[in-house]
Write a protein of this length. Structure first.
Length: 321
């Protein structure tokens, strides 16, 4: 069982334009769709679509339109009732795949609601293999929320506690890494640089810089790191070794949720007992599949690319042909 938490859920609205986005102009859209979003929800949708057990813990108002979107996904849910409504995220994509995102702030959680969310997650984590803490934190909770939640889950379940994956950024991720030693983090290149107090903007060798930063964290401060690099594939760092994998060539429809699908693919492979290279390959395949689908759709095994994903240890270059 994979349990996920989406502390700051969103209704993801995706719009496809026929031309490049033109600020200040009126443009007609070719299509639009709306999905129940939020990183943890996305992970649970992908896991469920693959036939594996998943449960999503989500704070949501009983009268929020987002709740209908959420229930329509068909995933198993643990609802924590809150007063505020889920935010909306807007993604605008043109036919070339160029994407613009507008992410709105979420509703503030009261201290009582935050405490109820912790209680719900701790209870849902019973018997789980993985617990995924994913996405931004809502207003009203401290930056240490995820770190505090990790400690609460481990204190309650002890040796039976699930392994914990964190897909966050900024101060929320920094606090977890600083004090809670998660079993897996899934930053992208920029988030990893921020985590170690650096700026990725001037990097000329993305792979080398990402590797250097990840190795400063694994395994001393985090057990493993899955670093997603978009079109450049992904890297995996564990106590037993480092691997790199190349992304397949695809026609991009929307990059929203691709990182979440990458994490889901990794966890699905782990549930099957796959080796580290195979876990990385599955992660890349799922991320690529998600990017070929419009909106925030959950890729299924049938959507995965047919070409094999090449994974090598990090010291071995991947052939360009």
């Amino acid at each position: 069982m994979i349990v996920t938490l989406t502390a700051n859920p969103s209704a993801d609205r995706a719009v496809v334009l026929s031309d490049a986005l033109a600020p200040g102009e009126v443009q007609r859209a070719l299509s639009s769709r709306e999905d129940a979003g939020g990183k943890g929800v996305n992970v649970a949708r992908v896991v469920s679509a693959a036939g594996a057990p998943a449960r999503a813990v989500v704070p949501v108002n009983a009268h929020d339109p987002y709740r209908m979107l959420l229930e329509d996904t068909g995933i198993a849910l643990e609802i924590v009732e809150v007063a505020g409504r889920a935010r909306a995220n807007l993604t605008i994509t043109d036919l070339s795949g160029e994407t613009t995102k507008l992410n709105l702030p979420g509703a503030e959680l009261s201290s009582v609601e935050a405490e109820a969310l912790v209680t719900g997650v701790v209870a849902a984590a019973e018997g789980a293999t993985w617990l995924v803490l994913a996405g931004s934190l809502p207003p009203g909770v401290p930056a240490t929320f995820y770190a505090d939640l990790v400690r609460a889950v481990r204190a309650r379940w002890g040796a039976a506690a699930p392994r914990i994956a964190v897909d966050a950024s900024g101060t929320a991720l920094a606090a977890v890494v600083e004090t809670a030693r998660p079993d897996l983090i899934k930053p992208n290149h920029e988030e990893l640089a921020e985590l170690v107090g650096e700026d990725a903007a001037s990097d000329t060798d993305v792979l080398a810089e990402a590797a250097r930063r990840a190795r400063a964290l694994v395994p001393g401060r985090v057990a493993s790191a899955l670093v997603t690099l978009g079109a450049d594939g992904a890297l995996l760092f564990t106590a037993d070794g480092d691997w790199r994998g190349r992304a397949p060539k695809i026609q991009v429809a929307s990059t929203v949720g691709a990182g979440d699908s990458s994490l889901a693919g990794y966890l699905l492979a782990d549930l099957e007992g796959a080796t580290a290279p195979d876990r990385l390959a599955r992660s890349i395949a799922y991320g690529a599949a998600a990017a070929t689908l419009p909106g925030t759709q959950a890729p299924t095994p049938d959507d995965l690319p047919t070409a094999p994903i090449v994974v090598t240890d990090f010291a071995t270059p991947i052939a360009t042909s």
